[in-house]
Design a protein around this ligand. Structure first.
Ligand SMILES: Nc1nc2c(ncn2[C@@H]2O[C@H](COP(=O)(O)OP(=O)(O)O)[C@@H](O)[C@H]2O)c(=O)[nH]1
Ligand SMILES: [Mg+2]
Length: 471
């Protein structure tokens, strides 16, 4: 096993950290380090800090004053002997120290190699290792909470319980098989087996269902802004983002493709999607954009339907047939824009119109607002309402509920779910235990894949290559 080194902090901070891990970590570090005290680094106990000078032997230069932590295997992050050199954060110093470490026999770590070694040495399972990357990337309270829970083993523990249940089920079925020659003997009561299988099926279904929200929390809860051309959708996106992201113009059909941007609202990352305005058009490119708008409408968790208030009635009527199916299955806000162009009487009229429209279609918009996207106060009110709605959408999952946010886990869980589905079918149709236990094994296999008990080396490679260097 090689001894690896890498910077663990980004350049530019006051303090920089360089990590060294592997069988020779302490030896190599001690060759470039002169402790201030009398105890050489090699004689220091695990989890100690030693102050001293980092010296280039060849030139005799003092490179920096540093603190070196020593962790002896297995009591380290990687499970190997490890040192961590805290130096001043200058890019020059860090590079110089790394050069010395390489000269003494270290090799540069690949991205994620420290965590990969931690996994290979049994310090954590694969789902925990993946959570480390999520934790580093977390930008909101919600995805931080998901990552830390997974890193601390909440998910692994739940999977282990499921696997134990599956093993019990397999044992019962194999017991039945062993005695299958005795025709009259029915050792395992099949209805009990069914209950057990059903129980596992329910757990796996819940996990799979949680992916929609888990993934949304990770990538941003999708909120689509929809409506006819020129209603002010792109202006709204820019106002919500507080930047000029999308092109705004009075030319109809300016936004031809969807534009997506994420921002944090409350504790959640949300992803606003500005869509191409929906209208009849002979322009092929614009038609493709409109088709994409409908795709985004289906994928969104929340819709903002924007009307041009000066044309509210015709816009409500013309879009209703196409939008109605989408409005009944997810929360939506109806926003009439350009209120600055209306007098008070006209505003009342729009309010009346929208209220009776909603009633006549049996729709309950979460909110109706008449705004001007040019008014900061209006944007603030809309943002407050949206934040409440977003919190409401994410709260059905209490803070300690398990949420799947990793595509790899989701794919494995879907396969496990299909396998346990076949087990239930098999039990119901009195299939021979041979076949049933085959599906049970497959189900166990997919769960084991998530925690990395059986993962092939190329799977591991593709997971760890996305890590940052030094982790
Ligand atoms: N008077 C007025 N004009 C607006 C308002 N919001 C947007 N507009 C204008 O409406 C036109 C179309 O806006 P845009 O955001 O490109 O609409 P989109 O096609 O729905 O994306 C532009 O000229 C905007 O300046 C508003 O609140 N009041
Ligand atoms: Mg636009």
């Amino acid at each position: 096993m090689t001894t690896i080194c890498a910077p663990a902090t980004a350049p530019g901070g006051a303090i920089g950290l360089i990590r060294v891990s592997g069988p020779e970590a302490i030896d190599i570090t001690s060759r470039i380090f002169h402790p201030t005290g009398s105890t050489p680094l090699c004689d220091r106990r695990s989890s100690t800090l030693t102050f001293g000078l980092l010296v280039d032997k060849e030139t005799g230069d003092t490179v920096d004053e540093v603190l070196v932590s020593v962790f002896r295997q297995p009591h380290s992050y990687t499970g190997e002997d490890t040192t961590e050199i805290s130096c001043h954060g200058s890019v020059y110093i860090m590079q110089r120290i790394l050069t010395l470490l390489l000269r003494e026999g270290c090799v540069m770590a690949e991205p994620g190699e420290f965590t990969k070694r931690a996994f290979l040495n049994g310090k954590m399972d694969l789902s925990q290792a993946e959570a480390v990357a999520d934790l580093i990337a977390s930008t909101t309270e919600a995805n931080h909470r998901m990552a830390i829970r997974q890193m601390r083993g909440g998910f692994s523990q739940y999977l282990r319980q499921l696997r134990d249940k599956l093993l019990r089920l397999t044992a019962l079925i194999e017991l039945e098989l062993d005695f299958s020659d005795h025709e009259d003997l029915e050792f395992a009561d099949r209805s009990e087996l069914q209950n057990l299988a059903q129980d596992i099926h329910t757990s796996l279904t819940e996990l799979c269902q949680s992916f929609k929200l888990g993934n949304a929390l990770k990538k941003g809860l999708p909120i689509a802004i929809i409506g006819e051309t020129n209603a002010g959708k792109s202006t709204l996106l820019n106002a919500l983002l507080q930047e000029e992201r999308a092109l705004v113009s009075q030319v109809h059909g300016t936004t031809r493709d969807t534009i997506e941007e994420t921002i944090v609202m409350g504790s959640t990352l949300v992803r606003f999607i500005d869509t191409a305005g929906i209208r009849q058009t002979s322009d092929e490119v614009e038609r493709m954009g409109i088709q994409r708008s409908f795709d985004k409408i289906s994928q969104a968790d929340l819709l903002i339907w924007m009307l041009d208030a000066t044309r509210a009635e015709e816009q409500l009527q013309s879009l209703t047939p196409q939008l109605l199916p989408h409005l009944s299955d997810k929360p939506f806000f109806l926003v009439a824009n350009k209120k600055d162009l209306l007098d008070t009487a006209h505003r009342e009229q729009v309010l009346h119109l929208v209220t009776s429209f909603l009633q006549s279609h049996g729709l309950a918009a979460s909110q109706f607002m008449c705004i001007s996207t040019h008014e900061a106060a209006d944007i603030d009110s809309l943002r407050t309402l949206l934040t409440h709605e977003v919190e409401a959408l994410t709260c059905p999952y209490s803070s300690d509920a398990l949420l799947i946010s990793n595509v790899r886990h989701y794919e494995a869980l879907k396969l496990a779910l299909a396998a346990i589905g076949r087990v239930i079918d098999g039990l119901q149709s009195n299939l021979s235990g041979d076949f049933i236990s085959q599906d049970l094994r497959e189900c166990i296999h997919h769960l084991s894949d998530i925690v990395g008990d059986i993962s092939a080396s190329d799977t591991l490679h593709s997971i760890f290559q996305n890590f940052c260097v030094g982790k």
